[in-house]
Design a protein around this ligand. Structure first.
Ligand code: SF4
Length: 369
């Protein structure tokens, strides 16, 4: 087992000291795995510490309010992970007597836990002999063994899983799995790995055949949807008002709060934005011929926010006080409420909105109605 022995030896010398490596509690390992999906370690670490502090066990998380969990998650993105995590915590407390499973088959039955996460929790917490397969592991295996199958195809996944299983030392699954993931994160990195300093270079096929840059193979391309969102903040007594509503299901940011907005697939030029605003928010009997400068008194630069399949282009616009009564009526009829700044800071919000409000407004500069 040259491959496994080499990375285990490398791991001993190079591993980072991360808090979830110092526990075998499946609940805490699960927290770390959910937080670290699609998130870099440096970004995820403070969230892990916050969740362990605020919800030290599964019961504490199950009993937490939805809004508190989402607020603590704020900034990590992919909010369905937080919602699934909360649902799973309640399920474990109500149906499994509060005992978080540590066996692969049992873990797979839980919401939000796929084969990778189940393998990670089972091997790290109870040393169960199941091989993990995540982006780092695919890359290391593809390069070292020269496996040029598309990692997104079913056949590719099957063969990579077989290869991963064949390399797993059954008496040391926890360390081996952590070692290969860490090796992919620190040594066999996606771009320009330092192969000359790699302990596997003598037997690495990609290095030998100069294929490091072309492996692993990933054929499917994500199609990215572009969305232009124009958020409106009405002015009242010369200050902006925050009208906010919890977002429903079926779109990004489920369960988070945001302001009324107009959305478009293309950027809206001034006249088009004014007419969209007027049609959406003003009383049809009163719809006026509006001028951009009279209608919108201030607007932010365009801010970009990248999600997995979507790119959002966002502007925040202050509406002239002239339209406050009609705009407010529309908001109240459509489930929006006016919030004070202190209240808003406690609501879970998309991070781009939270950052904008924090940078732009202080407690004193927002009006109260
Ligand atoms: S030699 Fe290069 S490509 Fe091969 S395993 Fe090491 S870092 Fe990865």
């Amino acid at each position: 087992m040259h491959f496994s022995n080499t990375i285990l030896h490398w791991f001993k010398k190079n591993k980072r000291n991360l808090p979830w490596r110092n526990t075998t509690d499946p609940y805490k390992i699960w927290l770390s795995e959910i937080i670290l999906q699609q998130t870099r370690v440096a970004q995820g670490l403070p969230y892990y510490e916050k969740f362990v502090h605020n919800y030290p066990d599964i019961k504490a998380l199950a009993n937490a309010a939805d809004d508190d969990v989402l607020r603590d998650w704020q900034g990590l993105g992919y909010y369905s992970r937080a919602r699934n995590m909360h649902t799973t915590a309640k399920f474990v407390v109500e149906q499994l007597n509060g005992q978080f499973p540590d066996k692969y088959i049992e873990l797979l039955k839980l919401k939000g836990i796929g084969s990778y996460t189940a393998a990670a929790i089972a091997s790290f917490s109870s040393n169960e002999a199941v091989a993990v397969l995540d982006g780092n592991v695919f890359r290391v295996l593809a390069r070292y063994f020269g496996l040029a199958l598309d990692i997104l195809s079913n056949e590719g996944k099957k063969q990579f899983q077989e290869l991963a299983n064949s390399q797993l030392p059954h008496d040391n699954a926890a360390d081996h799995n952590q070692a290969i993931m860490e090796f992919g994160a620190l040594q066999c990195v996606p771009k320009n790995p330092n192969c000359l300093a790699c302990p596997l270079k003598e037997t690495c096929i990609a290095f030998d055949q100069k294929q490091v840059d072309s492996l692993p193979v990933k054929l499917k391309k994500l199609t990215v949807k572009h969305r232009y969102l124009y958020y409106f903040l009405p002015m009242y007594n010369s200050s902006p008002i925050l009208m906010m509503r919890k977002r429903g299901s079926g779109d990004v940011w489920e369960g988070l709060y945001d302001m009324p907005c107009v959305e478009s697939e293309k950027p809206l030029i001034e006249g088009a934005l004014v007419s969209e605003f007027s049609e959406r928010f003003l009383n049809p009997n009163h719809q006026k011929v509006l001028e951009f400068d009279n209608c919108f008194i201030q607007y932010s630069p365009e801010l970009k926010h990248l999600l997995t399949h979507q790119k959002l282009y966002i502007r925040f616009i202050n509406i002239s006080e002239l339209f406050f009564p009609e705009f407010k009526d529309w908001c109240l009829k459509n489930g929006y409420l006016a919030y004070r700044f202190e209240e808003v800071s406690n609501l879970p919000k998309p991070i781009i909105i939270a950052n904008y409000l924090a940078s732009k407004y202080s407690t004193n500069s927002l009006s109260i109605i």
